[in-house]
Each structure stands twice: as C-alpha cells, then as structure tokens.
Write a protein that binds this ligand. Structure first.
Ligand code: UDX
Length: 444
C-alpha cells in the first residue's frame, strides 16, 4: 500500500483520490479552495456524482482519506503525488497550464525526499518535460524526483464505476523504477496496463477524446443524410456498430456532444497540431459539425411551428448529459440563447442541474418544478438530455396540457411510431418518417 497525495479536488482529483483510498492506500487530497476542503472534511461532496459521497464518507471513516489546504503537509506525507488540477482553454483553444505550473512550485518548495510526480490532468504533449523544469526551477535543495504521465479516462455521471473498472491504465514514464511503482499502485484495478513514454501517454488521452468526438460527429452527419433519404440512423448505427472494427458505442445521433472534455480537448489538439504546422482538418470539421448540430433544433422547431416569436418552448433537460449537473458546453445553453434571439419564451426543467443552469442561462428563463409544470401550455417540448425520468413520460396524457403537441427529441429517446400514434407532432434526429417525406413531395 502507498501514501498518495492528489492535488486538485475537481472531478478527476476527487474521484481518483477516493478510489485509491478505497483500494487500501492512504490518500490526502490538497486544494487551495478552503470552502471546498471544509465541505469535504464534513463528508459533503460538492459535485453531483452517483456513488461518490458514500465512497468519500466510507474512506474518511476508515482513516484512509483526508483533505487539506496545507501544501507542506500534503507534499511531505506522500511518495506519489498526482497533479489533477484544471487545464482550461486559453483564448486560442490551447490548454492553459497556469494551475499546473503553480502546483509544481508548491511541490518543489515542500519536497523533503524522493517523489514520483504524476500528471493526471489532460495536458499537451511535452508537459511532463515542462513539469520537470518547473519543479527544478523552484527546488530549494537537491531532492531527486520522477515525472510520470498517467491520464484519466473517467466519464462524468459514471466516474466512480469508470475509475474502479477502467478499460485500461496508461503509464508514461522515462524511469522504469517509477513506472514499476505506478504499475504496482494500479495492480488492484485489474485492468490492462500500457507502459509507454510520457509524450505518447499524453497523446493517448487527446487522441481518445478526439476519436470519440469524431464518432459522434460522423453519426450526426449520417443522421442528417438519413433524414433526406428517409433512412433510420438508429438502424444504421446498429448495422455498422456490429462490425467489431467500428464498435457500437458513441454512435448515438442527436444534438451532439458537450461537457468539460470533448470541446476543450478537441480544440487543444487542433492547437497542438497547429503548433507543429499541421492543419488537423478532420478534427476541425468534427468541431464545426458539432456546433451546427445543436442549431438543428431551431430548424426542426421552425418546421413544426413556423415563426418562433412569442412561442413558448419547454426544454426538458439542461445538463450536457444525464447523471450530472454539469452545464459546461451543454447543448441546452446554445439552443436557449438562440431561441432568445427569435424572441421565444423559454421554460426549463432538469432533475439535477437547475442550480447550475441559473448561472449560465438568460435571466428571463422560467424554471419549473417538474415535467408537468414544464409542459403546461407550451407550443413545443424539446428534449436535450436523456434523463431516465423523461423516458417514461406519458405523452398521451401530457399532450392535453400542451398548447400544441409538438415534441423535438434531441436524443432519439422515443419511438417515432408510438409518438405519432398518440397524436404527437414528433421530430427526432435522422429518423424522418416516410409519411412526412411523402407529404413534402405532394406539396412540392
Ligand atoms: C468524456 C470521455 O468519455 C472520457 O473518457 C474523458 O475522460 C472525459 O470526456 P464525459 O465528458 O464525462 O467523458 O462524457 P461522455 O459520456 O463521454 O459524453 C460526452 C458527450 O457526448 C455528451 O454530451 C453526450 O451526450 C455525447 N454523446 C455521447 C453523444 O452525443 N452521442 C453518443 O453516442 C455518445
């Protein structure tokens, strides 16, 4: 068992620290945010993440997990230090490393003996070398250390499960001894371990996220064509996904991806490529398709309602995906701001993300307490997050509460035939029905 320090108690740091403690290690998590640390010390987890609160409390009670704002204590109590601070987007899309740099100074100034310093934050290729330089720059005495890159692949909403059962663990280090220690730390996770150099490890993280984002934009483009040729994108996704070389995941068409990783990391990789004079055209298209995809909601509303001015639109789901309250880069934000430009009236409901939403949505949005209140009197309902609660809405009953029975399904959750049978004017993504096409042909 190891003494581990994790610096940064965001999604990645808090979940990784807790999971390392759960595997029997002694873990201390450091953050500069005193309020957050005080909340954590009371067992109060500041983010919505299923299963995390219970796991934090269990490991704190067993004495394996602690939180502090004291950098000296955190650095000196461990042999392995994970850096898991944020790497937000700079203005040009590249990753801003100022927090990583600040942490390097803190580590260097408090280093008392050999440490393995591990980058868990998503950082540009070459950052492990920079971390080494930044630490050397601030070292007050000659203490040996190693820098290793060990990217994190957890998803929000299933972060605990993902961290306890990872598909793979990537360890990129120049010193085989340090790699061996990290290999041992990760042994209890029972996952394949890739040992590599730091730069390849850093690239693996960006390439993974860029590839997944590409899959989503690819299927969204196919869905746009499906609508025009009267094919069904869900069948197409199933048909291509059974080919093992393609795989069935990340082929759900809809309003596209959001969140704290895909938008940030795709832009960062475009910038990394640009820095070495490579024009990553493919990834640029992926990003462009994703931003256009959100606005398809407006087109679909216009097809159903005509002018959108003064129309009351009910938004079902605000978070960028279910099981999180995270609103970062959520499609709902763009859709709602766009609808405001058409002077529509907006009502919103999300089972978890309402408080977060208030920080980013326009002031005159109406916040509803539940599905029924949201649907009351709307000209259209737009589903943007596929929460389980929404999947069981009885539209046959609900349509009487609505001013018009229009539903735009941004996540292809409902069955088009069933919706139409209930009298709903239903639009989804890539599943245009033959009747509608026939009608258009008759009209033309
Ligand atoms: C992602 C990566 O999956 C994870 O490995 C990495 O560490 C961080 O970024 P996350 O942002 O939590 O995780 O969410 P994810 O579940 O991957 O979904 C991202 C977005 O893609 C969501 O907005 C989701 O709605 C969308 N999506 C996903 C689709 O539109 N279609 C799909 O088929 C899958």
């Amino acid at each position: 068992m190891f003494n581990v320090t994790v610096i940064g108690t965001g999604y990645v740091g808090l979940v990784s620290g807790t999971v390392f403690a759960d595997k029997g290690n002694s873990v201390i998590c450091l953050d500069i945010d005193e309020e957050k640390i005080n909340r954590l010390l009371r067992g109060d987890v500041p983010i919505y993440e299923p299963g995390l609160q219970e796991l934090v409390i269990r490991n704190m009670s067993s004495g394996r997990l602690d939180f502090t704002t004291d950098a000296k204590r955190a650095v000196q109590s461990s042999d392995i230090i994970f850096i898991a601070v944020g790497t937000p987007s700079a203005e040009d899309g590249s990753a801003d490393l100022r927090y990583v740099q600040a942490v390097c100074r803190d580590i260097a100034q408090n280093m008392d003996r050999h440490k393995i310093i591990v980058n868990k934050s998503t950082v540009p290729v070459g950052t492990a070398d920079k971390v080494k330089l930044w630490i050397e720059e601030h070292l007050e005495k000659d203490v040996p250390f190693d820098v290793v890159s060990c990217p994190e692949f957890l998803r929000e909403g299933s972060a605990v499960r993902d961290s306890l059962n990872p598909d793979r663990i990537v360890i990129g280090g120049a010193n085989p001894e340090a790699v061996k220690v990290l290999n041992k730390l990760h042994e209890p996770f029972d996952a394949p371990i890739i040992e590599t150099d730091p730069r390849s490890a850093e690239m693996i993280k960006y390439a993974s996220n860029a590839f997944l984002a590409t899959k989503i934009s690819f299927i969204n483009e196919i869905s746009n064509i499906c609508e025009k040729v009267d094919a069904d994108v869900t069948m197409v996704a199933q048909g291509i996904g059974l080919d093992k070389r393609i795989g069935s995941h990340f082929l759900k068409a809809g309003v596209g991806y959001g969140g704290s990783c895909f938008p940030k990391d795709t832009n960062a990789l475009i910038q990394i490529a640009e820095d070495v004079d490579h024009d990553f055209e493919l990834l640029k298209s992926v990003v462009k398709i994703n931003s256009q995809q959100r606005l398809k909601v407006i087109e679909k509303l216009q097809q159903q309602l005509g002018r959108l001015e003064d129309k009351v639109i009910g938004i079902l789901g605000l978070a960028f995906k279910p099981n999180t309250d995270d609103m970062r880069e959520a499609p709902s934000v763009d859709v709602i701001h766009n609808l405001k430009e058409y002077n529509s009236k907006i009502k919103v409901y999300d089972p978890v993300a309402m408080a977060m939403a208030r920080r980013v949505l326009p002031a005159d949005v109406v916040y509803c307490d539940g599905i029924e209140e949201l649907l009351q009197g709307v000209d259209a309902a737009v589903l943007l997050t596929e929460w389980e609660d929404f999947k069981t809405i009885n539209w046959g009953l609900m349509k009487d509460k609505m001013h018009r029975p229009v539903v735009i399904d941004g996540r292809n959750v409902f069955d088009p035939e069933e919706m139409r049978a209930m009298g709903i004017q239903y639009s989804s993504f890539g599943r245009q029905n033959s009747q509608q096409i026939l009608q258009e042909l008759v009209n033309s």
